[in-house]
Design a protein around this ligand. Structure first.
Ligand code: ATP
Ligand code: MG
Length: 415
């Protein structure tokens, strides 16, 4: 992609009302556009990063047998009344509207009810279980606070998976499988080392839910980390009985700020009972389906990556989610230089290495500053000097290390 063709531009300043580091960098670099508090538009570069994160999550969900669907934004009042979650007193994040005939409709902030209502019509027998299904779908939430940039927005894509099992034992096996898949996801995205399996409040039906908390100053949670066990405890369940149960020594815990990037829940039969979701067991007896739900916010993950890895100059993308692997900078307007840059751009793209080429007629300083701001993992310079030496100047965005590589060496380096 040539920068001269990109529909977005970098800008010197983020909007004055933007306070979150992640959003300031992403807006300046042209990844997102701020429409209102907690409402962001995804621009082409931002969409690519989000898509890369989504692809990793999708691969891992498919690998454990998840089947992808899409639920709807419009939600039926009667359905939510069955679980007593329509009332604004019970759920305070609803956006609601009305149909032309005057009847009320809700905008989905969660999809458990609709998932159950849909699949109770496909699952009848013990032979149909266990199963799991997931989606990437917008959630609309009337969040009170929206000051963490793209980490907490009022409209956001969530990956939510739901599992349907015959028994608690069967459920537990799948729950552990999802836990492992989640750790693989965060590792692949590049935040594995700072992300902890965290014990959190389970609500009315289970002792705990489990969060995936990434150490991050911009996070809104406080968790206590046990480094030996590589687990964490959310402050909301930080009690002596819990510590004792988990075999954790209070004096060995360290307190950190963290961002919840994922959250998994066991529901038992608490969702299937009110919605009458049953199956016939092998003895012909009707039983309630045992359920779990498993969420990840791809945009929050992206915000956390910007917060954790970015520096004073801008964004630093891990290779796995960067919109382009290479930021190619041609210096000057020399015909031979431009030809060389064009050839390199085309051969990278042909080799499956996405490259962004700064082909603009602007100063070297401006091009370097934009490359640092936009955060591609590798910057490659093509200039009269590099042409003479038949070497490219290659800079690693994370370490700042600069090396001179031949075309062949560069291809190997990027492979
Ligand atoms: P929080 O406690 O941060 O408000 P939650 O517990 O209400 O989140 P869940 O319903 O568990 O959120 O959502 C699953 C995942 O979706 C979260 O772990 C998070 O990654 C993401 N998420 C939740 N709310 C938002 C939001 N407002 N903006 C962006 N991502 C979100
Ligand atoms: Mg949560």
């Amino acid at each position: 992609m040539r920068i001269s063709q990109l529909i977005t531009k970098t800008r010197k300043e983020a909007p004055a009302d933007e306070t979150a580091k992640n959003a300031i960098s992403l807006i300046k670099a042209g990844y997102v556009h701020k429409d209102a508090a907690g409402v962001y538009v995804w621009l082409p570069l931002g969409r690519k990063v989000l898509n890369n994160i989504i692809s990793i999550i999708r691969e891992e969900m498919d690998s454990i047998g998840g089947q992808e669907v899409v639920m709807t934004t419009l939600q039926r009042k009667e359905l939510w009344e069955k679980t007593d979650r329509w009332d604004d007193e019970k759920v305070d994040v609803w956006f609601k509207s009305t149909y032309k005939n005057g009847s009320e409709v809700g905008l989905a902030w969660s999809h458990e009810e609709q998932m159950v209502d849909t699949f109770r019509q496909h699952i009848d027998s013990y032979k149909d279980l266990p199963k799991s299904t997931y989606q990437f779908q917008n959630k609309m939430r009337n969040e009170t606070r929206a000051k963490s940039g793209i980490m907490r927005t009022r409209e956001f894509i969530m990956k939510d998976m739901y599992s349907f099992s015959r028994s608690e034992e069967e459920h537990k096996v799948f729950y552990d499988t999802v836990t492992e898949a989640y750790m693989r996801i965060f590792k692949r995205i590049g935040i594995g080392d700072s992300t902890y399996f965290t014990f959190a409040s389970g609500g009315a039906f289970a002792e705990f839910s489990h969060e995936f908390q990434t150490i991050c100053d911009a996070g809104e949670d406080i968790v206590y980390i046990d480094d030996e066990k590589h687990i964490a405890i959310n402050e909301e369940v930080m009690r002596d009985d819990v510590l004792k149960n988990l075999g954790v020594d209070r004096s060995k815990l360290r307190q950190v700020k963290a961002a919840e990037v994922g959250n998994i829940f066991s529901f038992g039969t608490s969702k299937s009972e009110p919605l009458d979701f049953t199956f016939t067991d092998d003895k012909g007896k009707s039983q309630y389906v045992v359920m779990g739900s498993y969420g990840i916010g791809p945009a929050r993950v992206m915000g956390v990556v910007v917060e954790l890895m970015g520096d004073d100059d801008g964004i630093v993308w891990p290779k796995e989610i960067a919109p382009y692997r290479v930021h190619l900078v041609s210096l000057g307007a020399d015909e031979l230089v431009l030809q060389e840059a064009s050839n390199l751009h085309d051969s990278l793209e042909a080799g499956g290495i996405p490259a962004l080429w700064d082909d603009r007629d602007t100063s070297a300083g401006e091009k370097f500053a934009d490359a640092d701001l936009m955060g591609m993992p590798t910057r490659v310079i093509v200039s009269k000097k590099t042409l003479e030496s038949k070497m490219f100047e290659v800079k690693d965005r994370t370490t700042g290390d600069v090396t001179n590589l031949s075309h062949e060496e560069l291809m190997k380096y990027l492979a």
